[in-house]
Design a protein around this ligand. Sequence first.
Ligand code: MN
Length: 257
Amino acid sequence: MSGRPRILVTNDDGYSAEGIQVLAEALEDVGEVWVVAPDSEQSAVSHALTMERPLRVRSVGERRYVVDGTPTDCVTLGISKLMNGSPPDVVVSGINRGANMGVDVHYSGTVSAAFEGVILGAPAIAVSQIVGEGMSWDAAGAVARELTDWILDHGLPKDTLLNVNVPLTEPRGLKLTRLGVRRYTEGVLKQKDPRGRTIYWIGGGEPVWERIPGTDFNEVGEGWTSVTPLHLDMTDTAFLEELQAAEPPWVRLNDRA
Ligand code: MN
């Protein structure tokens, strides 16, 4: 690699969130850091792309940009325009305030921003920190630096990112994991507003997870940092082959036309 590697940093908690400041600082040793981040909280926006209005970008320092859009908008603008049209060597998203494990990766703006990097041809990492009393960003910053450095040397397979979750307490070390399974969540609160009308709040309860060894939830719960490789292609290959072998009648619908 000629010159310093170029690193695109983004998040979904917004530019002023503590986690992204820690991440940008941690990665300065590894390469030239470009920060392109949303101007406001964008958690749980998934892979939303803003297409029905223009986007505005504010330059807030050297290689530092704030966008009035989503995490995916930030990566798209960063790669296509702000980084002078040449793609970064790696995209690092985070450090998210809160876990992104199991099915939650589908809601996560943090993980989706990393996937946008993958779609646009850059290897990517998403880093999340479990929050609670006594939390620190230090371990997450250190693991982000170590993994970014490794990826810059080794690359990642096509269409793959690393999803990292750091436990609340000082990690015992790293574990390679797969996505866990959420068992039950008291997800929606039904209440009355001050005028007596019914309102609903999504995301009110504490998640409960299956204790399956080898999953991100389980290992993070036991004090390890989890590293889960995620693939962009969600095709269920096993079931595809099963369907092809079974030849259900609707497979040949086109032949009857
Ligand atoms: Mn977030």
